[in-house]
Ligand binder design. Structure first.
Ligand SMILES: CC(C)(COP(=O)(O)OP(=O)(O)OC[C@H]1O[C@@H](n2cnc3c(N)ncnc32)[C@H](O)[C@@H]1OP(=O)(O)O)[C@@H](O)C(=O)NCCC(=O)NCCS
Length: 438
């Protein structure tokens, strides 16, 4: 496929690109950290993605090739994964390793690569794209900040509890044999009204024992055991960050009631890990940085720590009404939990262009259809709620609840109190426990 200017060919990656893509990405990513030298962790990550990764194939890379040399000069990779919410599985693509060789910048190659990517994802039914990255930059490509996966307070090393075990519970590094128990645990957590990114057995095995040692996204995995049973897990950085932190990316427990005891055991384990890194790396261990939702139980059952401002993740949903359609089981469960039934046959949410018509039978949601929107949704008698698409995306992801939207968007309008009550129950804010797949 060719897009944009005639100079560059935009094409899928190939196994034979491995060395060149590793060199390209290692020489453009995180240059502030390396002082302008190639980043070995990035090179190892690219090699892992192109060789033996459980869900990524070379085809998931998109490459801009300079026809004059036939060499890749810009690329990105789309990391397909399913996220879960109340048992609903949502196909998501995380975009990573976006980079252009310095001598080829100024040609809008990222824009061209994203155009090809979005076309491909529309054809494949990918519901949303997400990316972390340069502030503001991806807004230009149709992305908006609509999720936040951190913001939990940081624990200074001195505040960590000293002891590691409690009663029957103890921590140990995970082995590949634990993958079965961890996959079971993830399956259970996927049923919660919380965003998670469940891993199956093969993926857990890969996280524990499959990546190259230098891979930038390789993490340490530890398990909490009771007797011989795995009852919880903890995933953290396998070295100190540049700031001297041990960062935590995930933690999950089989039984929520274990957290008051499990959390201090994990905090102590992280302290021990930090001191071991300090000794091995000859740099001070300063703190544990939780890249977790502030409502995460590992955080709630610990010392107060130093508050952090949550960062945002960019998200793009080309079709928010399609996303609403996929999330129907979550809506049904929430209305049922709130004891609410809709008294009319339909409820119409108009997004200023297209509208979602929700159909009910005996007060229960039966179907969602995309229909053309009204010219003036707020004044149309058939419209119950007018919600701009960017606001609807935040509502669907649980980034903001309905009162939050009404505060921020003057063009978010509701017909009456009953609609407000019904939609408020449908869309609570949702904790984000996403350790995404990279
Ligand atoms: C970011 C990057 C991929 C953009 O490369 P590119 O697509 O070839 O972009 P161009 O040089 O053609 O610039 C396109 C536009 O983006 C802007 N832009 C480029 N880099 C930018 C940056 N780091 N921050 C903000 N804007 C940037 C340019 O100013 C230009 O704006 P204009 O249209 O108003 O003139 C490239 O600079 C790069 O590889 N940087 C290092 C790696 C990196 O930071 N990757 C992103 C990780 S999330």
């Amino acid at each position: 496929m060719t897009t944009g200017t005639v100079r560059y060919l935009i094409r899928p990656g190939r196994p034979s690109d491995a060395a060149e893509l590793a060199d390209l990405q290692a020489s453009v990513q995180l240059q502030r950290v390396t002082g302008g030298k190639p980043h070995p962790g990035i090179a190892a990550w690219v090699h892992d993605l192109l060789d033996g990764h459980p869900s990524v194939t070379p085809d998931d890379f998109l490459v801009a090739e300079d026809p004059a040399t036939g060499r890749p000069v810009a690329s990105l990779v789309s990391l397909r994964q399913d996220w879960a919410l109340t048992g609903v599985r949502l196909p998501v693509a995380q975009i990573e390793l976006v980079g252009t060789a310095p001598e080829h910048r100024g040609n809008r190659l990222t824009e061209q690569l994203f155009a090809a990517l979005h076309q491909r994802h529309a054809a494949d039914g990918v519901a949303i794209q997400m990316i972390e990255g340069i502030p503001y930059f991806y807004r230009r490509l149709g992305y908006d900040y609509a999720l936040a996966n951190d913001g939990a307070p940081t624990l200074p090393a001195a505040e960590l509890p000293p002891r590691g075990d409690a009663g029957d519970f103890s921590m140990r590094p995970a082995t590949a044999a634990d993958a079965y128990a961890l996959a079971d645990l993830d399956r259970l957590l996927a049923a919660d009204d919380v965003w998670t990114c469940p891993r199956d057995v093969a993926v857990w095995q890969y996280e524990i024992a499959g990546r190259r040692a230098a891979d930038f996204v390789r993490r340490a995995v530890a398990v909490l055991v009771s007797g011989t049973d795995v009852v919880a897990y903890l995933v953290y950085g396998n070295r100190l960050s540049t700031a001297g932190d041990v960062f935590v990316v995930a933690a999950g427990a089989l039984r929520p009631e274990d957290w008051p005891v499990a959390a201090p055991v994990m905090h102590a384990y992280l302290g021990q890990a930090g001191r071991e890194f300090e000794a091995a790396e000859g740099r001070p261990f300063t703190a544990v940085r939780f890249l977790l939702d502030p409502r995460h139980p590992l955080v709630l059952h610990g010392p107060h720590g130093v508050p952090q401002r949550p960062r945002g993740w960019y998200v793009r949903a080309a079709d928010p009404i399609g996303l609403l359609t996929r999330l129907q089981p979550a809506l049904r469960a929430r209305w049922q939990a709130a004891g609410l039934r809709w008294p009319e046959p339909e409820l119409t949410i108009d997004t200023y262009g297209r509208a979602a018509r929700l159909e009910f039978e005996d007060g229960t949601l039966k179907a969602v259809h995309a229909v053309p929107g009204e010219v003036s949704p707020p004044t149309s008698p058939s419209v119950h709620a007018a919600i701009p698409p960017a606001a609807l995306l935040q509502l669907l992801l649980g980034h903001r609840d309905l009162p939050g939207l009404l505060d921020h968007w003057p063009d978010c309008l509701l017909r009456d109190r009953r609609t407000e009550e019904f939609l408020t129950a449908a869309f609570p804010t949702v904790p984000v426990h996403l350790w995404t797949r990279t």
